[in-house]
Design a protein around this ligand. Structure first.
Ligand SMILES: Nc1ncnc2c1ncn2[C@@H]1O[C@H](COP(=O)(O)OP(=O)(O)O)[C@@H](O)[C@H]1O
Ligand SMILES: [Mg+2]
Length: 456
């Protein structure tokens, strides 16, 4: 089913009648009817219908209906009718984030990303950014921040509640508040799909996978480990990672190593530098870590994985997955990350280098590179499907940090529900970056029922 777009015009007439060109009426399969219900987001109005014997897809709306429906501007939009009588224009896509009121960068450092996302469906949809404060539940409206068609600036405009909400709230802390949860639930209760519910803690994800086939890709992990557990894991695995369960960007991560002859080593990052400390006794190592009652709270202790290496630096991968128009997971882009010398993680900010998976896998696996990559892609899809099965909310994107060990086994270190897009800065991955945004837009069409759903 291809989508129909139309140009919306305003008429100066007083009657509550909308005019459609007959070509448009045919292409959206409108019934022979004298009145229709016109919808935009959560608002709708009943209006008389007249056909214009003209070619092209045009919709003419009187000023009164334009303002009742809060149509944000004249121009082009997608138009559908699922039953021949209700006509929907849109989709009205709301990006939930924090908004600072600036007219040049209203979404702070996320402005460029949001601008790029808005470019994908421009001329076919209405996009706006909004924060929880912008919603007026009693009026069923949102004061959204829209992009100007020319000049790249931004302006605010009140519109109906959107057809779909893409959650990109940036703060882990704010998102954990009870009030934020209640805010998001209000959309769910109104049947407005909201996807990417909240940030994941590492432990949440490991838990979501437990019991599924995909659990075998998670290295052995323990939450709030005791000293005894850490010692026992070090004895068995020889090296482990300690990671804050709600952390990101490698902040607060320790890599502990045990060498029966020389003792214990701790590697971590402090004040922008990589630090390596040696301890002859386990207890001295433990005094480095900030424990209460013998436990390292809000941390996960995880089996260390011997990753493949280039120039003696470990490599891991970011798999960026999105849903597509058919509600299936696709691997939209893959970046390879080579750790900086002496760094415990592969983040670029700690000296890591971004590469393409091809560059890395050819060097490590030679002619078998494609096979290894295909296997990793399949694994990433399995992981996404398993997470989704156990997740009660909608998910549109997942960013996995995956490792491949020296025996070619695949491991998952974390899943990000609002993945960053830094891998797409690589010149060879720009096209994949665009494709990822296109899939998210298509998923918005699917959720907002601007495309036929398979399940309906
Ligand atoms: N269990 C592990 N074994 C080997 N390397 C790991 C392990 N856990 C994490 N790493 C490395 O550290 C990086 C950061 O870990 P991750 O779990 O993604 O935390 P963050 O949220 O800080 O990004 C990973 O991309 C990987 O390179
Ligand atoms: Mg990570």
């Amino acid at each position: 089913m291809s989508l129909t777009t139309c140009t919306i015009h305003v008429t100066q007439r007083q009657e509550r009648v909308i005019y459609l060109t007959s070509e448009l009426a045919r292409s959206i399969k409108l019934s022979k009817t004298k009145s229709v219900i016109l919808h935009l987001g959560s608002k709708s109005v009943t209006a008389g219908l007249r056909l214009l014997k003209k070619t092209g897809n045009h919709l003419h709306v009187p000023l009164s209906i334009m303002s009742q429906l809060h149509i944000p501007y004249l121009g082009t939009s997608t138009i559908v009718s699922h039953n021949g009588k209700d006509i929907r224009i849109g989709p009205l896509i709301g990006i939930l984030t924090s908004v600072n009121g600036s007219t040049s960068a209203p979404f702070g450092s996320r402005t460029e990303f949001i601008r790029q996302f808005m470019r994908v469906g421009a001329e076919k949809s209405y996009y706006f950014g909004f924060s929880p404060n912008d919603v007026n539940w009693s009026q069923q409206t949102v004061t959204g921040t829209f992009q100007r068609k020319e000049g790249g600036g931004w302006y605010r405009k009140t519109v109906p509640l959107p057809d779909v909400v893409y959650n990109r709230l940036p703060s882990r802390k704010a998102e954990k508040l009870v009030s934020m949860n209640a805010f998001k639930q209000r959309f769910v209760r109104k049947n407005i799909p909201l996807f990417n519910w909240a940030f994941y803690d590492k432990w949440d994800v490991y838990n979501l996978l437990e019991g599924s086939d995909a659990f075998r890709y998670v290295p052995e992990s323990h939450i709030n480990p005791s000293s005894g557990q850490i010692k026992e894991m070090l004895d068995r695995h020889k090296f482990i990672y300690l990671k804050p369960t709600g952390g990101s960007l490698g902040i607060g991560i320790y890599r502990l190593t045990y060498n029966p002859k020389r003792g214990y080593y701790a590697r971590f990052r402090r004040s922008g530098k990589n630090v390596l400390l040696r301890f002859s006794k386990f207890d001295s190592l433990m005094s480095l870590l900030n424990r209460t009652n013998g436990r390292l709270n809000h941390y996960v202790a995880q089996q260390g994985i011997r990753l493949i290496e280039l120039d003696s630096c470990p490599i891991d991968f970011r798999f960026h997955l999105t849903k597509n128009i058919n509600n299936n997971w696709v691997v939209a882009g893959i970046g390879a990350k080579k750790a900086g010398k002496g760094s415990v993680t592969t983040h670029v900010r700690s000296g890591g280098q971004l590469m393409t998976p091809d560059q890395v896998l050819r060097q490590v696996f030679g002619s078998r590179a494609d096979q290894v990559l295909d296997n990793a892609k399949e694994t990433a899809i399995k992981l996404a499907e398993a997470i989704e099965r156990n997740e009660k909310h909608l998910l549109g994107e997942l960013g996995f940090d995956l490792g491949i060990d020296q025996n070619e086994r695949i491991w998952m270190f974390e899943a990000n529900s609002k993945p960053g897009r830094s891998i797409f800065k690589h010149p060879a991955l720009k096209g994949e970056g665009k494709a990822a945004l296109q899939h998210v837009y298509d998923y918005c069409l699917y959720l907002s029922r601007f495309r036929a759903r398979r399940d309906s």
